[in-house]
Write a protein that binds this ligand. Structure first.
Ligand SMILES: [Zn+2]
Length: 585
C-alpha cells in the first residue's frame, strides 16, 4: 500500500510541477515519475475517456487503453467494457484528450543534437550581424583558449544570399578561433584564427578530394570550406569535455520526450557515443528508444561485426545498421546531379566516392548481416545509391534487408519506381521540403523539381516511407514534420495551397510514417509503432485531435504526456488528468 501510494504521489507531483516548457528548462529526469529504474509500478493502469488512434493496420480507434507493470499493452478498446472488466486498475481520466502511439523520428542525429546544445545556435539568423551577436553571447560561457563553435547558419536567410568570409568574423574575434557549421552540416565558416590552426596550407589553386575551399582573389582561403575540405579546420578543434557532453545529452533527451518522441533512429555514431548512451541507461536516465547506425564502414562497423548486433537489455538502445554517404547537400551545391545545377552552369555537384567504393562499403555491412542506409540527395546520388544497393542485395539474399535511402530527395521518374521494386525504404524528412522550397527550384529548375521531395509519388508507387526530421539540421518537433507532410506549407501558411501540393500526404499517412512505418524501418514493428495488445506501452497524449483540427493548426499541437514502457517520462506542467486508485483510497 505504501509503495502504491508513493507512485500515485509521484504521478501527481509530476503533473503539477511548475516548469516552463522549453527545451532548456524541462524537468530533469529524476523529477518525473517514470525515469528511475527499479521503481515499483502498479499492476495495471487503465487510461480512459480518451480519443485513441491506435495506428494499427485498420486505422482503428478506441477510448480506453490498459497496460500492466511489465510496460506492455494489455488491451485497447471500449471504455465502458474495460472499466467493468478491470475494476482494480488505476484509472486515469484523460478528459477527452487525444492519445496516439509515441512518435519515432526515423532519421535524426541525437548525438549531434547534444553537441549542438553545447554550441551557439545560429539557425534563423536574419543577418551576419545577428550571427556575431549570438556568438558574443556564447563567448561569455567560454574559458580562455576555448574555440567558439556554432552551427545552423544559412546564407539564404540573409539580405545578401552569398557565402560569408573570415573577415566578417575577424574584427569581433581577432584571436579566438571561430568555427561555424552551416545548417546542413555540409559547409563550415572559419575566422582567420581558426584557419591558421589548420596543419595544411589552404592557399593556392588546389582542391581536396570531395571538397571545396573558397578562396579570395589572392588565392587565400576566404573562410568557407565545403564537405571534404571541412576536416582541415575541424581536426584542429579540441574535444568537448565529458561533463559538458553528458549534460548536453540530458538536455537533448528531455527535449525529445517533451515533444513526443519515444523513438529516434540516430544516423551514424561511433562507439564512444554508444558508450555515452549506455552510461545514461545504467543511470536510469534514458527516456526514449534509440536505434543507431554506425558512422560509415570503418572502426565502429568492424567492432560491431566482431561482436554482433547490439541490443541493450533495457530495449532502449540498438546498433545493427550502417549509415553511408554518397553525396552532399543541395544548399551548398554538394548534391550530385545527373545534369548541371540550374543556377550554376558547369557544376553538377560531387559524389563522395566512386560507385564501386560505395558498393564495397555496403557489402561490408551486409556481410555482417546489417541493414544499410545511404544518404543520397541529388538525382545522380540517388541513382548510384539504388544501383549499389541493388547489386549488393543480389549478392546477399539472406541479409534481413529493409535497406534505406536516406533523404531520397531528388529522383527521376524511373528511379521513383525502383524503391518499391527493390523493396528499399525511402527515409524522408518532410520539413526539408518546407525549408528548401524558397530556393531549391533555382538549383533544380522547373522540371527536376517535380521529382523532388516526392512523398506521394513514392507512396503511390508502392514504396514504404519512414519519416523523420534530420534534427538538428531541422527542428526536433515532429509536429512540424507532420504539418509539412500534410500541407507542404511553412507554419505561416505559405505558399497558399501548398508547394507542389500534388505530393501532399494524408494525415494518416504522415502519422504512419512517424509511427508504424518508422518502427518497421528499425525492425521494431512487433513491439512499437502502434497501440495493440502485447506491444510496449509507448504513447503520447495531445492537447488537440491531430486528425480533426484544421491542417494549419497541426504544427501547434502540444504534447501533454509522453509514456515509455508504461512509465510517464514527460508531463506538460499544467495538464492534470483525473487519477483514481479504485478501491485503495
Ligand atoms: Zn542526417
Amino acid at each position: 500500500m505504501f509503495k502504491k501510494t508513493l507512485i500515485l504521489f509521484s504521478l501527481l507531483s509530476c503533473v503539477s510541477c511548475d516548469v516552463e516548457r522549453t527545451p532548456q528548462s524541462v524537468a530533469p529526469p529524476q523529477e518525473t515519475s517514470g525515469l528511475r529504474t527499479g521503481q515499483v509500478k502498479l499492476e495495471k493502469t487503465l487510461i480512459h475517456n480518451a480519443t485513441i488512434y491506435t495506428m494499427d493496420i485498420g486505422f482503428s480507434t478506441a477510448d480506453a487503453i490498459l497496460f500492466d507493470s511489465s510496460g506492455r499493452i494489455h488491451n485497447v478498446g471500449d471504455e465502458q467494457a474495460m472499466l467493468e472488466a478491470f475494476p482494480d486498475a488505476m484509472r486515469i481520466d484523460l478528459r477527452g484528450k487525444t492519445l496516439i502511439p509515441g512518435l519515432i523520428d526515423s532519421h535524426a542525429h541525437l548525438y549531434g543534437l547534444a553537441i549542438s546544445l553545447s554550441q551557439a545556435q545560429l539557425r534563423d539568423t536574419g543577418s551576419k550581424e545577428e550571427v556575431i551577436q549570438r556568438l558574443r553571447e556564447q563567448e561569455k560561457h567560454l574559458a580562455d583558449g576555448d574555440w567558439l563553435l556554432g552551427r545552423g547558419w544559412d546564407q539564404n536567410d540573409w539580405p545578401v544570399r552569398e557565402f560569408p568570409s573570415r573577415s566578417d568574423l575577424d574584427s569581433a574575434f581577432p584571436e579566438r578561433p571561430v568555427w561555424l557549421r552551416r545548417i546542413d552540416g555540409h559547409a563550415g565558416w572559419a575566422n582567420s584564427a581558426a584557419l591558421a590552426m589548420s596543419d595544411q596550407d589552404l592557399s593556392g589553386v588546389w582542391q581536396p578530394q570531395g571538397g571545396f575551399i573558397y578562396r579570395d582573389a589572392d588565392g587565400q582561403a576566404s573562410g568557407v570550406l565545403v564537405d571534404g575540405a571541412m576536416e582541415m579546420v575541424e581536426k584542429a578543434v579540441p574535444e568537448i569535455s565529458k561533463e559538458l557532453l553528458q549534460a548536453s545529452l540530458g538536455l537533448a533527451l528531455q527535449q525529445l520526450v517533451s515533444l513526443g518522441l519515444t523513438g529516434v533512429h540516430d544516423m551514424g555514431i561511433d562507439r564512444s557515443a554508444l558508450d555515452l548512451y549506455r552510461q545514461r541507461i545504467e543511470a536510469g536516465q534514458f527516456p526514449t528508444r534509440v536505434y543507431t547506425f554506425t558512422d560509415g564502414a570503418g572502426e565502429t562497423l568492424d567492432w560491431l561485426c566482431r561482436n554482433g548486433a547490439y541490443e541493450d537489455a533495457s530495449g532502449r538502445l540498438y546498433m545493427r545498421a550502417t549509415k553511408l554517404f554518397i553525396d552532399g547537400a543541395m544548399g551548398s551545391r554538394g548534391a550530385a546531379l545527373l545534369a548541371d545545377y540550374s543556377d550554376d552552369a558547369g557544376n553538377s555537384g560531387l559524389l563522395f566516392m566512386p560507385p564501386e567504393d560505395l558498393e564495397a562499403k555496403i557489402e561490408k555491412a551486409m556481410t555482417c548481416g546489417f541493414q544499410v542506409g545511404v544518404h543520397a540527395i541529388g538525382d545522380r546520388g540517388n541513382r548510384v545509391a539504388l544501383d549499389a544497393l541493388e547489386a549488393s542485395m543480389q549478392k546477399f539474399p539472406d541479409n534481413p534487408g529493409r535497406h534505406r535511402v536516406e533523404h531520397a530527395q531528388t529522383l527521376t521518374a524511373e528511379d521513383i519506381r525502383r524503391f518499391a521494386e527493390l523493396d528499399i525504404i525511402a527515409a524522408m524528412q518532410p520539413t526539408h521540403a518546407t525549408s528548401d522550397m524558397y530556393w531549391v527550384e533555382d538549383r533544380l529548375g522547373s522540371e527536376r523539381v517535380l521529382y523532388a521531395y516526392a512523398w506521394r509519388s513514392l507512396l503511390d508507387s508502392g514504396a514504404r516511407l519512414a519519416l523523420g526530421s534530420d534534427f538538428p539540421v531541422e527542428q526536433v518537433n515532429p509536429m512540424l514534420g507532420i504539418h509539412a507532410a500534410v500541407t507542404r506549407q511553412d507554419t505561416k501558411g505559405w505558399p497558399e495551397g501548398g508547394w507542389y501540393p500534388q505530393e501532399n500526404l494524408s494525415r494518416e499517412e504522415a502519422v504512419r510514417g512517424f509511427t508504424r512505418d518508422a518502427a518497421y524501418a528499425g525492425f521494431m514493428e512487433k513491439s512499437v509503432g502502434s497501440l495493440e495488445s502485447g506491444k510496449r506501452a509507448d504513447f503520447i497524449v495531445l492537447d488537440q485531435d491531430i486528425f480533426e483540427i484544421e491542417a494549419s493548426d497541426i504544427a501547434s499541437v502540444k504534447v501533454l504526456q509522453t509514456w515509455l514502457d508504461g512509465e510517464l517520462v514527460y508531463s506538460y506542467p499544467r495538464f492534470r488528468p483525473v487519477i483514481k486508485l479504485v478501491g485503495w483510497l
